[in-house]
Design a protein around this ligand. Structure first.
Ligand code: ATP
Ligand code: ZN
Length: 221
């Protein structure tokens, strides 16, 4: 018998991790977590689980440190568009949880009447590639300012005129005098896989896992 194991990357803690653990549980899989809590082992199938920061998951899978991963489509597409990996991971399927939107938000006092209003303006975002792609599709020429966090304070600090940020309730925007004006990207959790061909043993584990995931997603519809 082969001792090959499928290496799965999931977020250690945050907005993706509950849904990821929940999905595995619904698949009938229990994870025993190692003492260092970076690794876990699935008891029912030959799968190793690596617990990471979500932002690291596309790179771990692209670089073959893991075979598959669960990550936000927003993070995955941003990396894909920015072209940082020679051989990026591939999206396998949408998983239906951790839904959120990347939205353009402007000061409340603007009477926003379309993307052309953004011409010549500075837009702060943690998602420069997705934001630029949207601006290009709208044929608008704006300056994109990259910020790692606290994007919504940028207009108040006069670092930018508008922002492009992940929004769920809009409360954070509101508290900063901003209102959402356009949806740039709709996101949810996705399953990604390394672009290389798996060994037959690994492929068989992957297929068995996919079958379980598909069964769970069908029952959730
Ligand atoms: P980490 O410590 O792993 O880097 P993080 O703080 O960067 O975590 P989270 O806030 O946990 O990330 O968000 C992870 C992902 O969850 C996002 O990239 C997005 O795909 C999804 N998500 C779902 N709802 C929201 C939301 N309301 N705000 C932000 N992200 C959300
Ligand atoms: Zn993160």
């Amino acid at each position: 018998m082969s001792d090959e194991r499928l290496r799965l990357a999931i977020q250690k803690s945050g907005r993706l991790s509950d849904g990821s653990f929940e999905l595995l549980k619904s698949c009938g899989l229990t994870i025993s977590r190692g003492r260092d809590k970076l690794y876990g082992r699935v008891q029912e199938m030959p799968i190793d689980v690596m617990l990471l920061r979500d932002d690291d998951i596309p790179a771990f899978v692209a670089d073959n440190a893991c075979d598959i991963g669960i990550v936000g489509q927003n993070v995955f597409e941003e990396e894909l568009l920015s072209g940082i990996h020679d051989t990026p991971a591939n999206e396998v399927m949408e998983l239906g949880f951790a839904r959120c939107r990347l939205m353009l938000a402007a000061p409340k006092e603007w009477s926003f009447d379309g993307a052309t209003m953004l011409a010549g303006k500075r837009i702060a975002t943690s998602y420069p590639a997705l934001t630029k792609a949207w601006l290009e599709a709208e044929s608008v020429d704006s300056k994109v300012v990259m910020m790692k966090g606290s994007v919504e304070v940028a207009p108040r600090l006069k670092i930018a005129d508008a922002v492009c940020d992940i929004v769920s309730t809009g409360a954070t925007l509101d508290a900063n005098g901003l209102k959402p004006v356009a949806t740039v990207f709709e996101s949810q959790a996705i399953l990604i896989r390394n672009a290389l061909k798996f060994s037959p043993e690994k492929q068989a584990i992957f297929d068995a896992l996919l079958k379980r995931i598909n069964g769970v997603l069908r029952s959730r519809d």
